[in-house]
Design a protein around this ligand. Sequence first.
Ligand code: ATP
Ligand code: MG
Length: 367
Amino acid sequence: MSRPGPRGLELGLNSTKASPRRRLMPLPNLSPLPQTPPHQQTPPQPQPARPRRPTPASRESVTFGVLTFKDKSYNCIPTELLDVGVVGEGAFGTVNKMVHKESNTHMAVKRVHVTVDESEMKRLNMDLDVIRKSNCAYIVKFYGVLFGEGYVWICMEMMDTSMDKLYQLVYKTLGQQIPERIIGKINASVVNALQYLKDTLKIIHRDVKPSNILLDLQGNVKLCDFGISGHLRDSIARTKDEGCRPYMSPERIQGVQTYDVRSDVWSLGLSLIELATGQFPYREWKTVFDQLSQVVHGDPPQLPTEDGRFSPFFEDFVASCLVKDPEKRPKYKELMMHPFYQKHANSDIDIGGWYQAILAQARSSKA
Ligand code: ATP
Ligand code: MG
């Protein structure tokens, strides 16, 4: 991945307005800054703080960003975080497990190489307010963003795994399948998350796929990489060739500007097939034209029906997500009326117990 150009954020991280031009040293060479004695620290804000405009007294103390844990906000620079190691790698950077030392909060930090200008930073900060205030059991908690020159660090709740890793473990390593009841429960959580994003936060996710569906050891299923990442994606897309985006709906591939949540419903349909079969449903695309011809002009994928492995409800749910005409594809309210959703949404399926059993089998197969 090529490094972005030199046009980075000028410091001003305490402010969303233009501030005195001070340069932020590039990561990871940030030198530690003097800690503010406890009695001089800013008291907790009633609402999570956005990066503040520096006062003369604080002008020399660089604030890299603000992290908020349990309604308490901390000005933070990377040296206040302990890097425990990489947990995953995406197309635009790595995700590391880190500990915020002062509050002893473990978090996942997605480090993206991207250059955001002043107006994009403003927009991100506006989104942050909305996302920070959100409270939904089906989306990962968002702690804040640290901005640097050529970098953005997105700090969020640390989960145990993602669905892409999980299905590879189940299908490839253990040679098993993910049971339909587990997929049904995962699906209900994802639909709940998407509906919350749309109804409460007014966000379309735009990047629904197995790697953005996370799971913890208790069996909580949560969606990540929405909103802010979506805007970052726009910034990245302007500087890099994003290549094929495999989960994109036919209308988005065709460049329709006014797509809506039904585009995410398409991506959900593909993700469900992947979880149910252990494979991405399209064959590999060599070019975007290849993708265009298969997704836009070919038949939509479906769950394999031959061996009766899946219930007709599941098959029908997936088929309705993968209707090519977006006008005929359901939105979330309709999906929530579907028997496949209804059956699993309120069931007490123990995903955590199942997942821990899978981990135990994986451990013993290694031994
Ligand atoms: P893309 O770069 O195309 O968006 P991606 O979703 O795989 O793909 P990242 O979002 O960078 O890329 O995530 C990389 C991996 O990091 C994921 O596959 C997931 O396993 C892991 N990961 C991401 N966020 C978390 C989190 N909050 N908790 C635990 N693991 C995470
Ligand atoms: Mg992701």
